[in-house]
Design a protein around this ligand. Structure first.
Ligand SMILES: *Cc1c(COP(=O)(O)O)cnc(C)c1O
Length: 396
């Protein structure tokens, strides 16, 4: 006989999912109602309004896709690209590579602009590629590269794309709710995010927002969108026009009802806190963590001016077994941090301070756990000073 599954209570300080606020879990456990129930439809309208403020946009097409962040990515690519189109992708980590996969599966040509992992996308390289490829239709890049902890300059990159008559697709999976993101001011054409990073919601939904320019391109396509499920022409019929109750809903798929309760609650919490206050909170706890990490003698991978507060990539001291340390953190402290990806595997830890996980108690837990486990592994660190450095920072 199989027993019910009871997961342990972990502290999630990896690259996502992040700690889910209990208030969000409680919202998710409320009674399931029909996805066309007028009460549910009214809640969907509220989600759209809350997403407008989270994304800082007035875009009518602002909805959560009923699938994780990768599906938000795919939604942008399959709707905007057709066979034979050219897309320029700035890659500086894992997720730019996933964009290439998406573009090629749409039958588009992907021109890759490569930057070293751990550095931001270089606007000069993008401009060179735009000059060499006047046929390009779309530029795509990641705002907050979770694989390395790097932030790229969205405003500058989007401006360049527009100067060369391209639409800009921006991956904001890890930036939404964590660092400054202004979809309208920065004139982003298509943006997608995730629920399980800085929104601290459960995984499985991808908020997206598309500009009028992007919708124009979609409605003037020569060929139908290859994905039935992600075809925004059809999804829009289900989510209705923005705002206002009573808009007509056509059945498209059964919305993940309870997951949307969770998203609603998480967006409400973001609104209660204030978007800029949430950005400031991520920065505050990042600086406290940094004080402790550096006091220990450990160092960051990314230069300070390109560093993400919500994803801290840290060099693993020489001779320390990456997997053994992470296993001990999990077993002794119920604490999850992330491993390095791709060329950084084995060399880097990724400590997430995302959403509800960006808290003082988490910072102190993580520092004391690292101090303890690294000392036991005989790592060459300054033992017993990290907590004092972090608390001194908080006391400032
Ligand atoms: C997590 C992440 C994704 C993918 O999201 P999933 O929900 O895992 O599909 C895409 N881009 C970035 C930058 C991410 O951090």
């Amino acid at each position: 006989m199989t027993l019910s599954f009871h997961p342990p209570q972990r502290t999630l300080m990896g690259p996502g999912p992040s700690d889910v606020n209990p208030r969000i879990l409680e919202a998710m456990a409320r009674p399931t109602i029909g996805h066309l129930d007028p009460m549910f439809v009214a809640m969907m309208d509220e989600i759209k309004i809350l997403l407008h403020s989270a994304f800082q946009t007035k875009n009518e097409l602002t909805i959560p896709v009923s699938a994780p962040g990768s599906a938000g990515m795919e939604t942008c690519f399959v709707n905007l690209l057709e066979i034979g189109d050219t897309v320029i992708i700035c890659q500086n980590g894992v997720f730019g590579g996933r964009m290439k996969e998406n573009a090629e599966r749409c039958g588009a040509k992907a021109v890759m602009v490569q930057d070293t992992w751990g550095t931001a996308c270089d606007p000069q390289k993008l401009e060179d590629a735009l000059r060499q490829h006047p046929e390009a239709k779309v530029v795509a890049f990641v705002h907050a590269e979770t694989s390395t902890g790097v932030s790229s300059d969205v405003k500058t990159l989007v401006k360049l794309a527009h100067q060369y008559d391209c639409l800009a697709i921006v991956d904001a999976v890890t930036s939404l709710g964590g660092t400054e993101l202004r979809v309208d001011d920065w004139e982003i054409d298509a943006v997608y995010a995730g629920t399980q990073k800085c929104l601290s919601c459960t995984p499985g939904l991808s908020p997206i927002s598309l500009s009028a320019r992007a919708i124009d391109v979609i409605t003037n396509r020569k060929s139908p969108v290859q994905s039935w499920f992600l075809d925004l022409n059809l999804v829009m019929g289900y989510w209705g026009s923005s705002g206002g109750s009573g808009s007509k809903r056509a059945y498209h798929h059964t919305a993940p009802v309870n997951a949307l309760y969770a998203l609603h609650e998480s967006l409400l919490m973001l609104k209660e806190e204030g978007l800029e206050q949430a950005w400031a909170r991520h920065a505050l706890h990042h600086h406290a963590l940094k004080a402790g990490i550096e006091a220990m003698g450990l160092s960051f991978v990314v230069a300070e001016n390109e560093r993400l507060p919500q994803l801290n990539a840290i060099h693993i001291p020489a001779g320390i077994d990456d997997a053994a340390l992470r296993t001990t953190l999990l077993n002794d402290y119920n604490l999850e941090i992330g491993a390095g990806l791709g060329p950084m595997a084995g060399n880097v830890w990724r400590i997430g301070l995302m959403g509800y996980a960006a808290r003082k108690d988490n910072v102190l837990l993580c520092l004391s756990a690292l101090d303890d486990v690294l000392s036991r592994m005989h790592a060459p660190i300054n033992h017993g000073v990290a907590i004092a450095a972090a608390t001194a920072f908080y006391a400032q």
